[in-house]
Design a protein around this ligand. Structure first.
Ligand code: KIV
Ligand code: NA
Length: 276
């Protein structure tokens, strides 16, 4: 059965953890969906792990729509949340609603996610008014990497912690159905989880959140440019892939691939007529 915003709400009420992973393509989305992941995030992290940029800032609406509709085809049960890219909502409330609509209509997303709290309360409210479910994203928000001066944990001092709490309340007040807490200390994330009625999804935010999200290339050990402290590697698929690629190259070079079982036959009679 397709998960909805109600599934998220019920899980928080029942004290059941919510699972979310990123995906950017059909094959991966289908594997995650079959594994029982509750929700798939088409993150603008695709700028880094798929497109090879060193931040998420260059990702466009076209990039997000392209990957979102591909993921949606593989997500039978998982709720598809698609990120609003940098400058698709910061410019105005109007732009926010129009671009959120595009992610639903053209990207076939079930919900959208955008970064920021207090400053974007009205943006979130108007998207929700258009019947588009919204996930908030606060704490270390990667689209603000240049203002933060790097990908750094947020909320360690009193002013920052209070600002993040205000952001969390603003996101809830605006009508978001969930909020991602990225790179904030565990006690702060746990406190926010307790005071909010909507579920919190943590990444680098400790075990007190209502759910967790990870970038799948990080958790599979496929992306080596940068590995944050909060990532747990559930496999070393990058090494496995490299070994398979190496073995393929050597078998092609030494002629052991393809074998007869990988090849097609035809009658000797026909070949005789050609070569005669
Ligand atoms: O883009 C992304 O993958 C994200 C998660 C890290 C929450 O926003
Ligand atoms: Na993102």
């Amino acid at each position: 059965m397709k998960n909805t915003t109600v599934t998220f709400k019920n899980k928080k009420t029942d004290g059941e953890k919510i699972t979310m992973l990123t995906a950017y393509d059909y094959t991966t989305a289908k594997l995650e969906d079959e594994a029982g992941v509750d929700s798939i995030l088409v993150g603008d992290s695709l700028g880094m792990v798929i497109m090879g940029y060193d931040s998420t800032l260059s990702v466009t609406m076209e990039d997000m729509i392209h990957h979102s509709k591909i993921v949606a085809r593989g997500a039978k049960n998982a709720l598809v949340v698609t990120d609003m890219p940098f400058m698709s909502y910061q410019t105005s409330v109007y732009d926010a609603v129009v671009n959120a609509g595009r992610l639903i209509k053209e990207g076939h997303a079930d919900a959208v996610k955008l970064e920021g709290g207090v400053k974007f309360e009205e943006h979130i409210r108007k998207i929700v008014d258009a019947s588009i479910p919204v996930v908030g994203h606060i704490g270390m928000t990667p689209q603000s990497v240049n203002s933060f001066g790097g990908f750094k944990v947020q909320g360690k001092n009193i002013d920052d912690a209070k600002r993040i709490i205000d952001d969390a309340k603003a996101v809830e007040r605006a009508g978001a159905f969930a909020v991602v807490l990225e790179c904030v200390p565990t006690p702060l994330a746990t406190y926010i989880t307790e005071i909010l009625s909507i579920p919190t999804i943590g990444i680098g935010a400790g075990n007190g959140c209502d759910g967790q999200v990870l970038v799948y290339q990080d958790m599979l050990g496929m992306y080596s440019d940068f590995t944050p402290k909060f990532v747990k590697k559930y496999g070393e698929l990058g090494e496995s892939m490299k070994n398979c690629f190496k073995q393929y190259c050597s078998e092609v070079k030494n002629g052991t691939f393809p074998k007869e079982e990988n090849s097609f036959k035809m009658s000797e009679e026909v070949m005789k007529q050609i070569t005669e």
